[in-house]
Ligand binder design. Structure first.
Ligand SMILES: Cc1cc2nc3c(=O)[nH]c(=O)nc-3n(C[C@H](O)[C@H](O)[C@H](O)COP(=O)(O)OP(=O)(O)OC[C@H]3O[C@@H](n4cnc5c(N)ncnc54)[C@H](O)[C@@H]3O)c2cc1C
Length: 398
């Protein structure tokens, strides 16, 4: 190994790759992060930034809690506006969904999540723009937050850079090969080499792994959000609200604006060529949902709308850890639309594994259901099934 070669080369400067670089430098592991674009050029620069413990297994809750704490600390130090502890509220007016929400509340509590119910009066007090007279069940988690994902990505990148990480941006990748025990990435200014390569390239990870002849079951899909300016400035900060019946969520944004999503598609997208603006259909759905559920926001001005590409896995758990059958190759991807809230905790766990070795049982166990080697063999095609899921076990999605 040349003296200047890093121990680890990370592909992708989204929130996952930058958080990983940050955690590797804290373990005295030398790292270079390569991205053909700029930090947060992918999904991380387009995300809504909701961070919630209303998740679907204990591991996810722990990872997200870790991320939440880290984001709060980092933002407090470097960019306080990037973090708001505003809480998160889900609700339904449908009786079959209410039953699942009640079950989810008990399940979340059994995992140590502080989750409560709220009355229609409380909902009206928190978000007076809404109408809640028919709401049957709610899930309220007051410790949840929302972050500015691009700012958190930048804070991680700067923290890593200060500690010696090298960032290599803006040049297209010409080739990536495994030669004599090292990965060699060529771009116009020369070759980057390392014995360990982590593919943290979001929606682009699938093709990179295919090109390395180590495909994994990853499917990129498109999801959308819109920034709106209500006629009256909302009470700040209001909790992020998610209407389970229309599957639309709304969170507070800066300068009296609100951010609404979801518009998730269940078919494969190509991250190299996808429609980057919000579709008519998505915008109509947001408008209808606001009119029905949040009449106080129905006259909002549309400031902008956009789409980004996320990455699904067949079982909706992320893919983190060694790629089976490939020496020195790792993956940190497949976040199924929840990569902002998982990035801090997930990348710290992968950094522990890279520091201790793949055989370290504790580091391996810490990756829980995300452990990448659970998939072996040629991946079969599958349709993405992302979304703000509440089911546990085999309960169907709603
Ligand atoms: C509209 C929208 C709303 C969302 N809302 C939320 C939310 O509220 N909460 C939440 O947790 N998540 C949310 N997400 C999901 C979240 O954005 C992603 O899960 C997360 O950003 C993934 O981060 P990443 O670092 O893995 O990938 P990305 O941020 O996509 O980064 C991948 C990087 O890889 C780079 N790259 C491309 N090709 C190569 C190559 N050949 N070599 C090296 N690098 C390469 C890209 O330029 C990019 O910078 C949302 C996403 C969207 C689109």
């Amino acid at each position: 190994m040349a003296a200047s070669d890093p121990e680890v080369l990370v592909l992708g400067a989204g929130i996952a790759g930058c958080a990983l670089a940050y955690h590797l430098t804290r373990r005295s592991i030398s790292v270079t992060v390569y991205d053909p674009a700029t930090p947060a050029a992918g999904a991380s620069g387009r995300a809504a930034g909701v961070v919630t413990e209303q998740l679907w297994d204990r591991w996810d809750v722990e990872v997200t809690r870790e991320s939440n704490r880290e984001y709060a600390e980092l933002a407090h130090r470097w960019d306080p506006a990037a973090y708001q502890a505003n809480g998160f509220v889900r609700f339904t007016a449908r009786s079959n969904v209410a039953e699942a929400v009640d079950e989810a509340r008990e399940r979340l509590r059994s995992w140590g999540v502080d989750v409560e119910e709220a009355s229609p009066e409380e909902l009206s007090r928190w978000v007076p723009e809404g109408r809640y007279n028919d709401v049957l069940s709610t899930l309220v988690s007051r410790h949840d937050a929302c972050v500015t994902p691009s700012s958190i990505t930048t804070i991680y990148a700067e923290g890593a850079r200060e500690a010696g990480a090298v960032f290599d941006f803006g040049l297209p990748m010409e080739s990536l090969r495994y030669v004599d025990g090292r990965y060699e990435l060529t771009r116009s200014t020369g070759i980057l080499r390392a014995r360990k390569l982590v593919v943290a390239a979001g929606a682009w990870s699938k093709q990179i792994l295919v090109d390395l002849d180590h495909p994994l079951p990853l499917v990129p899909y498109r999801t959308q959000a819109a920034l709106l300016r209500p006629t009256r400035r909302p009470a700040e900060p209001f909790p992020t609200v998610h209407d389970l019946d229309t599957d639309v969520y709304v969170r507070p944004e800066s300068n009296g604006r609100i951010l609404a999503g979801d518009g998730t598609e269940d078919r494969e997208a190509d991250p190299k060529r996808f429609v980057t603006g919000g579709d008519e259909e998505f915008l109509a759905h947001i408008a209808e949902s606001l009119a029905a559920r949040f009449p106080g926001w129905s006259e909002s001005e549309m400031v902008s709308s956009w789409a980004g590409v996320c990455t699904a896995t067949p079982d909706r758990h992320p893919l983190i850890g060694p790629v089976p059958g490939a020496e020195g190759l790792y993956v940190l991807s497949g976040f199924n639309g929840f990569g902002v809230m998982r990035a801090g905790g997930a990348s710290r766990r992968l950094a522990d594994l890279l520091a201790s070795g793949d055989g370290d049982a504790k580091a391996r166990a810490a990756l829980g259901p995300a452990w990448a080697p659970r998939f072996e063999g040629r991946p079969a095609p599958f349709s993405p099934r992302p979304g703000f899921t509440l089911e546990g076990g085999d309960r169907p999605r709603f």
